[in-house]
Design a binder for this molecule. Structure first.
Ligand code: SF4
Length: 271
């Protein structure tokens, strides 16, 4: 996979962000390889969607022959349906969206942006409604590890095809707040296992990825666990279906239940 980095700037301020100290950095000049025939390309930040050039960069990547373009994003700008259409029109084939909780307060606590949960949830729904594949990535912290199975349920209800659980990186804000962020493995292990089981029940693969030697893989064990950080190349996005056509019975949350969990999400479409 070819990774295109658009710099560390972001419209979230996550408590664990590995790039927090570079928030005001200017966007780099992106030099794309001339020949990307058949390649899978991952576009990462910071937050790629706040870069005005993203649509044209995606188009340029596809014009050079890339087979797939996956954008790693916090999903907030995907709440604007028109913008999702522009990205898909340029050639995006998948999104890797960070979702840090199963409720607004839980997610917004991590991003430190009030209302970000509603935007991210709408963004995932918009992307799935437009037919593009979505994987959800969640950083496991002391503040969300008890709710990982619920994160999987919400991700599934929004249409995600996979959930990736990631360890806190001990760099940047993650370094500064390490003691507050990193759960004790013996406490988190059962919750990670329950999240994997929830994924099995709902038909959504849940993988736990290690980063920097941190012990998420050890927490889970078994065939579901991946062996190390894979980045977008490890994303298998083959199981997602259009969100609006999903059967949410058989243990998944009902629409009424989601109305309670996701206030503000229903009845409000992206612009
Ligand atoms: S969304 Fe990603 S880049 Fe942005 S603040 Fe959060 S961790 Fe950092």
């Amino acid at each position: 996979m070819v990774i295109v980095e658009l710099g560390p700037r972001c419209n979230n301020r996550c408590v664990f962000c590995a790039q927090a100290w570079e928030r005001d950095a200017t966007a780099p000049v992106v030099a794309l390889p001339e020949d990307l025939r058949g390649e899978r390309v991952g576009i990462v930040g910071g937050e790629p969607t706040i870069q005005p050039e993203l649509v044209s960069i995606v188009a340029a990547v596809r014009a050079r022959g890339a087979a797939e373009v996956i954008v790693q994003t916090n999903g907030r700008r995907l709440s604007y349906g028109r913008y999702v259409g522009e990205l898909l029109g340029a050639g995006v084939t998948g999104f890797d969206v960070s979702l840090q909780g199963s409720t607004g307060p839980m997610h917004d606590y991590h991003t430190r942006v009030q209302g970000s949960f509603g935007q991210t949830a709408r963004g995932i729904r918009n992307a799935r409604g437009a037919g593009v594949r979505v994987v959800v990535s969640t950083v496991v912290t002391r503040s969300n590890y008890r709710h990982l199975a619920e994160v999987v349920e919400v991700a599934r209800a929004l249409g995600a095809g996979m959930v990736r659980l990631r360890a806190v990186k001990r760099v940047g804000a993650g370094h500064d707040a390490w003691a507050r962020l990193m759960p004790r493995p013996e406490l988190a292990r059962p919750s990670v296992r329950m999240a994997v089981q929830a994924g099995q029940r709902l038909g959504v693969p849940v993988v736990a990825l290690a980063q920097g030697g941190e012990p998420i893989v050890d927490w889970v064990g078994g065939p579901e666990a991946e062996t190390g950080e894979q980045g977008p190349r490890g994303v298998e996005l083959t199981r997602a279906r259009p969100a609006r056509g999903e059967d949410r019975t058989g243990g998944a949350r009902t629409g009424e239940a989601l109305r309670d969990i996701l206030p503000g999400l229903f009845g409000e479409e992206g612009g």
